[in-house]
Write a protein that binds this ligand. Structure first.
Ligand code: IMP
Length: 210
């Protein structure tokens, strides 16, 4: 178990409640003395425009931008679902795949519609997550991970958020939405990327950001 000398406070720059819940559970599961809070005033800050072609650039851009509104450590992530048979879509556009104002159900409907008739290897997909830690306009670390799976023909399960009900995860033989939060966190793209982030942040006096 990783035990820093004093609790570490991390501000998350995200309006996504599902992500915030997962990050808190991850920190708790690591037994780490970490407080994870939404960046104070986040809703009043003009939103960062995520218009880069890669998850890494979007995550780094977001972390850098929002870290200028705080003196504490800020983490931001960019994540999404990549379907090679759709040319990588929804990819960096996962959150906006069905246009502004659309719901998770709308996005799932669109994805299943685009994949109608596709079978076997064509249904392969992966979730990607890049987490970036920044402080006062400086990037301190970037950590990425992915999780391989396939897109189901129809939704399964009631947990999680986003595309979880249509992402079948062979490693657990269930859809992401059929997993408990703990099960998902253990092996998910976000779980693995955040584990790496925690290892970096809690690496001890030399490795730990001041
Ligand atoms: P962003 O990282 O806030 O730009 O949004 C990423 C989008 O990708 C989310 O709004 C979801 O639609 C999707 N996504 C990312 N991670 C997950 C996940 O763990 N489960 C389901 N959908 C996800």
């Amino acid at each position: 178990m990783l035990t820093p000398s004093k609790p570490l406070r991390l501000f998350i720059a995200s309006s996504n409640e599902g992500k915030l819940r997962e990050y808190r559970a991850l920190a708790e599961a690591a037994g780490a003395s970490i407080e994870i809070e939404l960046l104070p005033g986040f809703d009043a800050i003009p939103p960062f425009e995520e218009d880069s072609p890669t998850f890494a650039e979007n995550a780094a851009g977001k972390a850098l931008y929002y870290s200028r509104f705080s003196t504490e450590l800020v983490i931001a992530d960019d994540s999404g679902l990549v379907v090679p048979a759709l040319g990588g879509a929804p990819g960096v556009h996962s959150a906006r795949y069905a246009g502004p104002g659309a719901s998770d159900a709308d996005r799932i409907r669109k994805l299943l519609g685009e994949m109608r008739g596709m079978t076997g290897e064509s249904r392969r997909a992966c979730f990607v997550c890049v987490v970036v830690v920044a402080k006062a306009g400086e990037v301190l670390g970037l950590f990425s991970a992915s999780a391989e799976g396939e897109i189901l023909e129809s939704p399964r399960g009631n947990h999680g958020f986003g595309y979880d009900p249509v992402f079948y995860f062979p490693a657990m033989q269930k859809s992401y939405a059929e997993l408990s939060r703990e099960e998902k966190n253990l092996r998910s793209h976000r779980g693995k990327a955040f584990q790496k982030t925690l290892e970096f942040l809690l690496a001890g006096p030399e490795g730990r950001p001041a």
